[in-house]
Design a protein around this ligand. Sequence first.
Ligand SMILES: [Zn+2]
Length: 115
Amino acid sequence: MAMARARKPKSSKRDLTAGFADQTEEHDEDADLPKDEAGRRKIKRQYQDLLGIRIEKLKGRILNRERINKTIEGIYFICVRCTKVCHSLDDGLQEDPQNQNNLCAKCAKTRTAAA
Ligand SMILES: [Zn+2]
């Protein structure tokens, strides 16, 4: 039995994309972040599929935060009222500091009107 095994070389994600560097080089770091609405819609659908009925349990919570650039943060969350997976930039977000009752803009408006 061999005592010491050769360590596997660390695989780096960056190597995979190294060949694709082009004029967007300086924004290379977040190249895999979807920056457009279509990309986010896809991710929202993936969340919806992934969570399934757990959406009911997680509604009102934030799922994920991502930096879109230095000043803008994108937030995926489940609206507590419509239980849809939303993104702060596309659907608006009325953030609950307790992370329990986050609302999309549409539902936030409805609630204000009803109050
Ligand atoms: Zn909503």
